[in-house]
Design a protein around this ligand. Sequence first.
Ligand SMILES: CC(C)(COP(=O)(O)OP(=O)(O)OC[C@H]1O[C@@H](n2cnc3c(N)ncnc32)[C@H](O)[C@@H]1OP(=O)(O)O)[C@@H](O)C(=O)NCCC(=O)NCCS
Length: 200
Amino acid sequence: MSDDDAAPATRADASGLGIRRLRWWDVPAVAALDSAVFGADAWTAEFYWAALAAPGQSFVVIDADPGPDDGADDPGARAGIDPAGSDTGRGSGPARPGDPAAPDPADTVLGFAGLGVSGPQADVLTLASHPRARGRGIGQALLGHLLGSARAAGCEAIHLDVRSDNHVALGLYTAHGFTEIGRRTGYYTGADAVVMRAFL
Ligand SMILES: CC(C)(COP(=O)(O)OP(=O)(O)OC[C@H]1O[C@@H](n2cnc3c(N)ncnc32)[C@H](O)[C@@H]1OP(=O)(O)O)[C@@H](O)C(=O)NCCC(=O)NCCS
């Protein structure tokens, strides 16, 4: 049994959203949501396998279905994923013959985030919420969790890169104490990278 298998999932956090450690069996769903969010820049399942094995890196996920006792049948409906439409064009995915209730793997996850820790420095590796569950505090909860984890690891500062035209993410990070410390010109297709840092 690996350390990951043995570790208890974190079910409670300040947001009440049930952030827990990303496990190896979550990779297909998280990679599907990553693809829906980041498109050509998405991390593949293979990348996640490698990232999960890398020292100093940890990932968390929020399930669309937080548990068996919440009285709804549709995982997306339970967690507030809007079933009517998608700004990724994926919708809920076509039902497979003989399995009409099977959700799109991406719809089983509300959000995910990754943290890298190296000595006193931490990095936000990735962070995203489901396109149809935005504006409901998922991004704040995930970022708050990463900041708490970095503090718990004894880090003094945390860095990240974000597209200069990603105003929602820039607002989220600024609200959590990040400030711009530099730019990488043309780092992304069609945009600079804003390098941000927060002291912990
Ligand atoms: C950035 C992202 C994670 C925010 O997720 P979210 O679940 O919508 O975040 P929250 O609901 O916690 O909202 C956080 C802040 O984002 C801003 N925000 C959220 N939705 C917004 C919208 N539609 N328009 C403008 N601002 C918005 C608000 O400032 C909000 O703060 P507030 O609650 O004080 O108003 C999400 O938009 C996302 O996954 N984007 C694509 C991936 C990405 O850009 N990741 C970051 C890469 S560095």
